[in-house]
Design a protein around this ligand. Structure first.
Ligand code: ADP
Length: 488
């Protein structure tokens, strides 16, 4: 099967969150299942391609938006470690920016994000037609490529080229929808009834919504965990206002849990941590903890569990609970190291927290992939109190690193962490239901008191380390879905 995989970001070249990790790993796993996979990405100026050669292909064409002709350059990355073709869709005016989606000088989204990703979607459709036979599947991700299924079904300019092509849209986070002022709809040059109030697939509370239209037109929809697939259909809060559309597509909507790239995220092979370790010899974990505490100017206290957090500092991640609970938290014998970046109010809060608890708390308010690995490897407990969580990756990384997760019982967190049972010693972590600082602290207390019982704690760590969330399993689910769609 030929698969075109279209994503706005891809690790390790560039990522802002979990979608980047998925795009970095899933295409290769699909290729391992025997499929011919091409990945399409915007050619951002800040892609970190290292020593990989980039070869500009001879096919050049233009995409017209609002009577402006944007030239498309198509470049191919030669990456021998991968079995997939990587194609970069270039246009300097649109993708040579200092950040991906948000203008750092104003802190708000680039004003022309609608044009940037309309261009990207049209350019991908043009590029696919120029490089070979039509794919059976175009797998698009989030609002940035959600227009592709819409354009394929409503724009006749590609003739019959895509008549046997099916589209699958994966939603990584329903809160990000690509909503733009309704007057901008004319740029899409689609029939005006598609923006009609109540009935138009693009129309959403007076705005134009790329994701909503994608949810209407893609042949199949997936999201990144079975629990989140249910939750987003429940009500308008959990469904971010799109619950009605999702319920109407319920039979076509599947939850497939993301996997982990264990080549990158496992303590026995991790090249980014001071000391590797594995299930049968955990001594390296202590070395990592000591080094991280030293680096962070925190005292070494063997009786105090180190709580790690690596997160975008946004409301979704339950940061307000941590802020609310901080006094209670530091009454316990714990230390905490947080790595995060995001909203200004949280930056200020954590800067202050560090000053208030200089021997217990250190906050790195930045994005740092190497430090993220070190925190996973050094911490005893990983805290993830998300308000909602489509899948979440760090709780799965934590399991492999023997870092016991304390998480909220929602979304992908429920699908990956098994509640610890003190009587049997089974389970892999601690889960709390209610979104409250009291519920979170209660579960943290259980974790902290178990930490003192070394044998039970080590067993719990090992239960987690034995779990397998490798991509292979998830990729098989995607393959089955693609095959059923193609044979439909
Ligand atoms: P989301 O996509 O909602 O941010 P996920 O848990 O799915 O959450 O994925 C987040 C990814 O981004 C993980 O790989 C995590 O380690 C990484 N990450 C988040 N914040 C930082 C940061 N400040 N520095 C380094 N890595 C980070």
């Amino acid at each position: 099967m030929r698969i075109a995989f279209v994503a706005p970001e891809m690790a390790p070249f560039l990522k802002t969150g979990g979608l980047g990790d998925v795009a970095g790993a899933l295409p290769d796993e699909l290729a391992k299942c025997g499929h011919d996979v091409s990945v399409f990405l915007p050619y951002y100026s800040q892609l970190e391609l290292g020593r990989l050669a980039v070869h500009e292909r001879k096919e050049k064409f233009t995409v017209t938006i609002d009577r402006h002709e944007y030239e498309v350059t198509l470049s191919q990355v030669r990456d021998k470690r991968r079995n997939v073709q990587i194609l970069l869709i270039g246009n300097k005016e649109l993708f040579d920016r200092s950040s991906l989606y948000v203008d750092p000088s104003t802190g708000v989204d680039y004003e022309d994000n609608d044009i940037r990703f309309l261009f990207f979607s049209k350019a991908v459709i043009g590029a696919i037609q120029r490089i070979g036979p039509a794919p059976e599947i175009i797998h698009v991700h989030d609002w940035q490529s959600a227009l592709i299924p819409v354009l394929l079904k409503n724009d006749s300019s590609s003739g019959s080229y895509f008549e046997n092509t099916k589209t699958v849209l994966t939603v990584h986070n329903l809160a990000y929808q690509g909503a733009f002022p309704s007057e901008r709809f004319r740029l899409l040059e689609l029939p005006t009834e598609m923006m009609a109030p109540e009935t138009g697939p693009f129309e959403f509370w007076g705005k134009m919504n790329y994701l909503k239209a994608g949810l209407v037109f893609a042949d199949r929809l997936t999201t990144v965990s079975p629990k989140y697939a249910m939750e987003i259909q429940e009500n308008s809060e959990t469904g971010c206002g799109l619950d009605g559309v999702l319920r109407s597509r319920s039979n076509d909507l599947f939850g497939i849990l993301n996997g982990v790239d264990y080549k990158v995220w496992s303590p026995s092979r991790d090249k980014q941590i001071p000391a590797t370790y594995h299930l049968n010899n955990l001594s390296g974990k202590r070395t990592n903890k000591v080094e991280l505490l030293n680096r962070s100017s925190l005292p070494i206290r063997d009786t105090a569990p180190l709580i790690g957090m690596i997160t975008r500092l946004v409301d979704q991640k339950g940061i307000d609970l941590v802020a609310e609970a901080s006094e209670e938290l530091f009454k316990m014998n714990v230390q905490m190291i947080l790595l995060g970046s995001g909203e200004k109010k949280y930056h200020e809060f954590f800067k202050d927290l560090e000053d208030r608890y200089p021997d217990k708390c250190r906050c790195y308010l930045t994005f740092d992939n190497v430090l993220a690995h070190h925190i996973e490897a050094a911490s005893d407990i990983y805290l993830m109190p998300s308000r909602y969580e489509p899948c979440g990756l760090n709780q799965m990384y934590s399991l492999k690193y023997g870092t016991v997760p304390v998480v909220r019982n929602i979304g992908g967190l429920s699908n990956s962490v098994v509640k610890y049972d003190a009587t049997t010693g089974e389970g892999t972590g601690f889960l709390f239901d209610e979104y409250s600082s009291t519920a979170m602290i209660a579960e943290l207390r259980k974790a902290v008191s178990l930490f003192a019982k070394k044998r039970a704690w080590t067993k719990l760590m090992k239960n987690g380390m034995r779990e397998d969330f490798s991509w292979h399993r998830s990729a098989l689910s995607y393959c089955r879905l693609f095959e059923s769609l193609v044979n439909h």
